[in-house]
Write a protein that binds this ligand. Structure first.
Ligand SMILES: Cc1cc2nc3c(=O)[nH]c(=O)nc-3n(C[C@H](O)[C@H](O)[C@H](O)COP(=O)(O)OP(=O)(O)OC[C@H]3O[C@@H](n4cnc5c(N)ncnc54)[C@H](O)[C@@H]3O)c2cc1C
Length: 478
């Protein structure tokens, strides 16, 4: 059985020696750094659930490739059932960690590569699919986590990759050797790059013939020489390092900038090299799968937000306030529409020539657009329900202070039967879940900016059919 326990997963990360920087300092023991560890703990839940009696049947399945039981987070979907399971598992995990669990991006890359490497081989007689399947076997057998190296830093957005003043602003091949290639560039917002064993690099956009050196896809261990992870500065992260006021003390999200400083990639790990016309397809497949993933996990996060809203109402004595109950209903309908859209995209999925199933691209983009707007609305509703202490609660350290602690406990109490500590903890959770920048900005930009979703909707919708419908009713002959 190719399944790791959560403890084995964390131990396996200790064997890696990535180059990591944070706040200007080199971090050697990244696994025990509290900021990074909170992210590793979140990913670790995908392993913990595979061990649990209650959830293991949902999280694990048999691999058609290696014939063993595997974690579904290493499985390109081979049926509608697999597509649906992705959404359900994402919802489960989103509610459990209340933030991003950071393992879907790699699964989404694996799913995109399973389709596109096959299509490239059909056109050019290359062997990318066989190489990819060997890599996939390795991932499945060792129950690995991968991260998605898709977003280039992009420099001047009005210019194509080859037109940039600095040609490295999109990751590119700078040297071809007998045994592989050397790449240079940087990928931004790399969710959970240090919670992962492997980084999978795909192009960030459709490319023209002139951009051939940028048409490259590959996978490498996160500690490959030349790869540097710079962990970003996001809101609330100092609290994890200081060990106080963390709200959700166990789980967090972090998204390093990852620099590829002349990194060697052996041929057996190269899955696209120069076939520019397939770059756009790879991005479209990846981002569609990723937008499907968001529909599940963000619905799960709203589940947790709804629970926090109801608890705050109990603690504040507002349980019976009709307008707040109405606002909880508004939160519920948003989680269910998001979930429904993502599920619908899965049920409407289609089998590709490689045998991998692909989601409905219009429905997943509709789902993601909905998420971008509605997650902000759900946060607004939760802040409204919870009250102003979401923003400026005294610190844990003030509550522990012998002089002011007892006074704070007296004055911050809600209903008489609620321990003040519980009210403070719930307020902290609400602060974290509504204001954690790394996760809330991803509602808008994760998987591409909103305009990218809109463009895909227009391109993939059968607008000609819609025009024909209206012409028929209006009595206009085609
Ligand atoms: C929290 C978080 C997690 C993420 N995780 C990952 C990850 O794990 N892996 C990964 O690869 N990426 C990840 N991303 C990156 C994400 O896909 C990008 O942020 C997104 O694609 C937008 O790119 P950008 O940030 O460079 O913004 P920009 O591309 O600069 O976009 C900013 C705005 O400018 C517009 N714009 C940009 N270029 C043009 C143009 N030429 N013409 C007209 N308008 C334009 C956009 O539509 C947008 O409105 C993550 C992002 C976030 C915020």
């Amino acid at each position: 059985m190719a399944i790791k326990t959560k403890a084995e997963y964390i131990e396996s990360l200790r064997k890696l020696q990535p180059v990591v920087y944070m706040f200007g300092e080199r971090i050697d023991n990244f696994v025990d750094n509290p900021r990074i560890r909170a992210g590793i703990e979140a990913t670790g839940e995908t392993y913990a659930l595979a061990e649990s009696f209650e959830h293991r049947d949902a999280i694990t399945t048999n691999s058609p490739l290696i014939g063993e039981k595997i974690n579904r987070f290493t499985l390109p979907p081979a049926s509608i059932e697999d597509l649906v399971a992705r959404v359900k598992n994402n919802r489960l995990l989103g509610g459990r960690v209340g933030t991003c669990y950071q393992r879907c991006t790699g699964m989404d890359c694996l799913s995109a590569l399973a389709i596109v490497t096959y299509d490239i081989d059909r056109k050019y007689g290359t062997t990318y699919n066989a190489r990819f399947l060997e890599f996939l076997k390795y991932v499945q057998k060792n129950d690995l986590t991968c991260n998605a190296g898709v977003t280039d830093v992009k420099g001047d957005r009005s210019l194509n990759p080859a037109e940039q003043a600095d040609k490295d602003l999109y990751l590119r091949v700078v040297e071809e050797r007998k045994d592989g290639i050397v790449v240079r560039g940087a990928k931004a917002h790399q969710t959970g790059s240090l919670s992962s064993h492997e980084i999978i690099v795909l192009p960030t956009r459709a490319l023209r013939k002139e951009d051939k050196e940028y048409a490259v896809a590959f996978a490498l261990p996160i500690d490959t020489p030349g790869i540097i992870h710079v962990v970003g500065r996001s809101s609330l992260d100092m609290r994890e390092l200081q060990g106080c006021d963390t709200g959700n003390t166990r789980y967090s999200k972090y998204c390093p900038t990852v620099i590829f400083d002349n990194v060697f990639v052996p041929w057996d790990r190269v899955f696209l090299y120069g076939e520019t016309e397939f770059a756009g397809d790879l991005v479209m497949r990846f981002s569609s799968f990723h937008r499907q993933s968001h529909g599940g996990c963000k619905a799960g996060k709203i589940d947790c937000m709804i629970g926090a809203a109801l608890n705050m109402m109990d603690y504040n004595g507002t349980t019976k306030a009709g307008h707040l109950r109405g606002k909880v209903i508004d939160m519920i309908h948003r989680s269910e529409t998001l979930y429904g859209c993502s599920l619908a995209a899965s049920y409407e999925g289609k089998k590709e020539p490689s045998g991998t199933y692909f989601v409905d691209p219009v429905l997943v983009n509709a789902s993601k657009l909905h998420e971008g707007k509605e997650m902000a609305e759900v946060s607004r509703l939760l802040m409204d329900i919870a009250g102003g202490f979401v923003s400026d609660l005294p610190s844990d350290k003030d509550f522990e202070n012998p002089t002011i602690g007892p006074l704070l406990k007296k004055y911050l109490k809600g209903t008489a039967d609620t321990p003040v500590e519980d009210r403070v903890k719930m307020l902290r959770l609400v602060e974290k879940i509504t204001l954690e920048s790394a996760d809330s900005v991803s509602d808008i930009h994760g998987g591409g900016s909103p305009e990218a979703h809109r463009i895909t909707i227009m391109r993939e919708s059968k607008v000609g059919d819609k025009k024909a419908l209206s012409k028929r009713l209006a009595g206009i002959e085609e």
